[in-house]
Design a protein around this ligand. Structure first.
Ligand SMILES: NC(=O)c1ccc[n+]([C@@H]2O[C@H](COP(=O)([O-])OP(=O)(O)OC[C@H]3O[C@@H](n4cnc5c(N)ncnc54)[C@H](O)[C@@H]3O)[C@@H](O)[C@H]2O)c1
Length: 445
């Protein structure tokens, strides 16, 4: 075994390796805190001074229901195990560097926009010391480890891969709402620059992850991650298609889904008002990015068409509900929209389906007011105040708070008793009980 790699393995086993985490977002914050809790000295790096200041005060920058995270960040910072920085000087002492910056796609071309990752790699490469292991946890297009990561690090550091530094791609599988639980308990795929490097990376992850750690090559790991998110995106599209079909047939997709899923080997996903977040709406584009011109995919494009249509379909359901209430010309009518984040109980608003819906509604002439208990801009008024004198309520996100509402008083506050439900918050039976005009994804009249 390479002497530098052998030395690193010893440091990892004894937890004396210095760990650096670059990018302190939904992925980087819990990862930094968990490895600090595991006994490593961890340094975090982020270009947002505000985040750096918060974390150094022991405050997690992530809002939303995130069990265990607030306490964990406070604990490791107070014990001096985690310190974070907005400049990169001290990264030169790191033995293991984890990169988890954002990796979006371009709005127009849908090709990867690696501005953040390339900048991070340059900052790292210019300070890389021999013997360092660099792990990319960000989701990347297949072949990026070769075309971007290795190339930039070798060029900026003047060090040679597998001789003087080592590389791995260990894509993150977490979801907001379950950050800590998933990192600890979900199996991980380790793509490594050599099988020996893979064993050292496995030793590193086994300090925190209590599940299988499967070693493979870099390209396979890249394809596994982008494919697993693409699979979910396509399956949601299928559920959405069945929901539209149930509406036309006059059936209830939630009953259909329950009965299908009684079969143990079936798992139909939930249909809904749209797919958002940083990952699902772009990871399918990453999957095919390097073979865009020759890509044989057909199903993925169809799935995108179906999923993109869902917030627009919500607007159509609203118009239909208002027509049933006797309203034709909608100009100036007030709509209360509940939920702006892309996921229940989260503050993450990236690629929010509600943003798409609101644009459509405003173009129709509606006056839209938004509520979201987790999003700073929309959390200061109560649901009741937002709904007061509205002509309809549109439910876009299944936040716990919306299930727990006193719906009778909300309905009483409305001018017209129309509710459009994109997440099965009320359901057909409760809607009937409330005596409202109810339109919902997947529920036929
Ligand atoms: N959010 C999720 O649920 C999730 C799940 C699995 C995988 N991922 C993947 O993980 C990666 C990160 O996602 P995220 O949701 O944590 O993103 P995020 O936007 O929450 O966090 C990224 C952080 O990186 C920082 N950053 C940007 N450029 C930097 C630089 N040059 N140096 C240092 N810091 C820099 C940003 O300021 C930001 O705080 C993405 O590739 C994403 O696809 C995310």
């Amino acid at each position: 075994m390479n002497e530098l790699l052998k030395e690193l393995r010893g440091q990892i086993e004894e937890r004396t390796a210095n760990v650096a985490v670059v990018g302190l977002g939904y992925v980087g914050t819990p990862v930094a805190a968990l490895w600090a809790e595991a006994g490593f000295q961890v340094a975090g790096y982020d270009i947002q001074q505000k985040k750096v200041d918060l974390i150094n005060k022991g405050i997690s920058p992530i809002e939303g229901k995130e069990p265990g995270l607030t306490e964990l960040v406070a604990d490791v910072v107070s014990r001096g195990k985690l310190r974070v920085f907005s400049t990169f000087e001290s990264i030169k002492s790191a033995d293991v560097i984890l990169v988890m910056v954002e990796t979006p796609v371009d709005d127009q071309t849908k090709l990867p926009r690696y501005k953040a990752m390339r900048a991070a790699l340059k900052s790292i490469g210019e300070r890389l010391k021999p013997g360092t292991l660099v792990i990319i946890e960000s989701t990347i297009a297949p072949k990026t480890m070769e075309t971007d990561v290795q190339r930039i690090l070798e060029k900026t550091s003047d060090l040679k891969l597998n001789q003087e530094f080592f590389l791995a791609h260990c894509p993150e599988r977490l979801m907001p709402g379950r950050l800590i639980e998933i990192i600890r308990n979900y199996s991980r795929v380790i793509g490594a620059s050599s099988p020996e490097v893979g064993q050292v990376v496995k030793a590193f992850y086994s300090h925190v992850v209590k599940a299988d750690l499967d070693i493979t090559d870099l390209l396979t790991a890249e394809i596994v991650k982008t494919t697993e998110n693409t699979e979910r995106f396509v399956e949601i599209a299928f559920a959405n298609e069945v929901a539209l079909l149930c509406e036309d047939l006059g059936a209830d997709v939630w009953k259909v889904r329950d009965l299908i899923n009684k079969r143990e080997d079936r798992n139909m996903l939930k249909p809904g008002a749209g797919v958002g977040g940083h990952c699902l709406p772009k990871d399918f584009s990453l999957l095919t990015a390097h073979i865009r011109d020759t890509s044989p995919t057909k199903v993925i494009a169809a799935a995108q068409e179906v999923n993109d249509r869902m917030p627009i379909h919500m607007a159509q359901l609203l118009l239909d509900g208002l027509r049933a209430a006797g309203i034709g010309d909608v100009n100036g009518y007030k709509i209360a929209v509940l939920g702006y984040s892309y996921l229940e109980n989260s503050d993450d608003i990236r690629n929010s389906p509600t943003a798409v819906l609101v644009n459509v509604l405003e173009s129709f002439g509606f006056d839209v007011e938004i509520h979201d208990p987790w999003v700073e801009e929309f959390k200061h008024k109560s649901v009741y105040d937002v709904a007061l004198n509205a002509d309809a309520v549109v439910l876009m996100v299944a936040h716990d708070q919306y299930f727990e509402l006193g719906w009778r008083s909300i309905i009483m506050a409305l001018r017209h008793k129309v509710v459009v439900d994109g997440r099965n918050v009320l359901g057909k039976d409760k809607a009937k009980e409330l005596g409202i005009i109810y339109r919902a994804i997947g529920v036929g009249a």
